[in-house]
Design a protein around this ligand. Sequence first.
Ligand SMILES: NC(=O)c1ccc[n+]([C@@H]2O[C@H](COP(=O)([O-])OP(=O)(O)OC[C@H]3O[C@@H](n4cnc5c(N)ncnc54)[C@H](OP(=O)(O)O)[C@@H]3O)[C@@H](O)[C@H]2O)c1
Length: 322
Amino acid sequence: MKAIRIHNHGGPEVLAYEDVPVPEPRAGEARVKIEASGVNFIDIYHRIGLYPMNRPCILGSEGAGIVDALGEGVSEVKPGDRVAYAMIPGSYAEYAVVPAVKLVPVPDDIDAKSAAGIMLQGMTAHYLSHSTYPLQKGDTALVHAAAGGVGLLLVQVAKLLGAKVIGTVSTQAKADLARRAGADEIIQYTQADFLAEVKRITNGQGVHVVYDSVGATTFEKSLDCLRPRGYLVLFGQSSGPVAAFDPAKLAAKGSLFLTRPTLFNYTATPEDLAAAARDLFAVVKKKVVKISINQTYPLREAAQAHRDLEARKTTGSTILLP
Ligand SMILES: NC(=O)c1ccc[n+]([C@@H]2O[C@H](COP(=O)([O-])OP(=O)(O)OC[C@H]3O[C@@H](n4cnc5c(N)ncnc54)[C@H](OP(=O)(O)O)[C@@H]3O)[C@@H](O)[C@H]2O)c1
């Protein structure tokens, strides 16, 4: 089969489109014929070695497709089932083997591209807004990179929960997208000081929660955007990792909360995973949350997909088709 592998960590040029053997499922695993693979920022961290990988390895953390073979003892799925999964490496390929307990069924009226686009980013938007900081009606939330993959979904879910949403974006085109997703206020943080703008919009009060996936360039000011006892949910680092931090600052800035959550811990049990996927597919089916697959590339062009994601050229979700 064809797959995108890395032999060394590095830039997009290390992504190699290669022939590799079709993997055989072991006990507890199912083999999925991949129909669509999601491209996520975590794939870049795997590629550059921020999250080191045993190499050579097939990149990709999320896929949707059809079960085509089972390892011993698998009862959760059967050949022919339409499934999707996230946070299991190896989806930039024609086939992937996945622990059967990590597969969720895909409803008939959701196509493979949408399923692959919604699993990782959608479940992230879901746990951030329902579990990490459960948004209440009337809360004000600041969502950085609001036109991104997680961002566009988080804006929509936050609005469904009754929050007021302030989004940050880098361009006018991204501002339009985030506004259409429901953001009440948009700040172009590449042109305006987002801290001053948040203070202005909230009449000096600050926000209840900041969902910060940008990291290095936003972290300090994100803390200052919070009202006393507010929550900084730092869930990514698309501009680079945050420097070492003195917890005493949380006291000085108003008894703040800081958390660095990962999807892995919020979907670790089959029950949590099934509940998040069920909720998500339900709102997509009802069309109250719209999944925006704004970039699609053939599998062999994965390197270009990475270049575009890193260069802030993408919006919404990005998909590779084998
Ligand atoms: N913890 C978790 O469970 C979890 C799960 C999923 C994703 N994440 C994290 O969430 C973040 C977003 O993931 P995503 O896949 O949805 O990506 P994305 O938000 O679609 O893309 C990244 C966006 O970050 C913004 N950005 C700001 N500074 C940047 C810089 N120097 N370089 C590149 N981008 C920059 C850009 O938006 P603007 O141009 O508008 O600034 C860019 O489009 C990533 O850090 C990812 O690792 C975490």
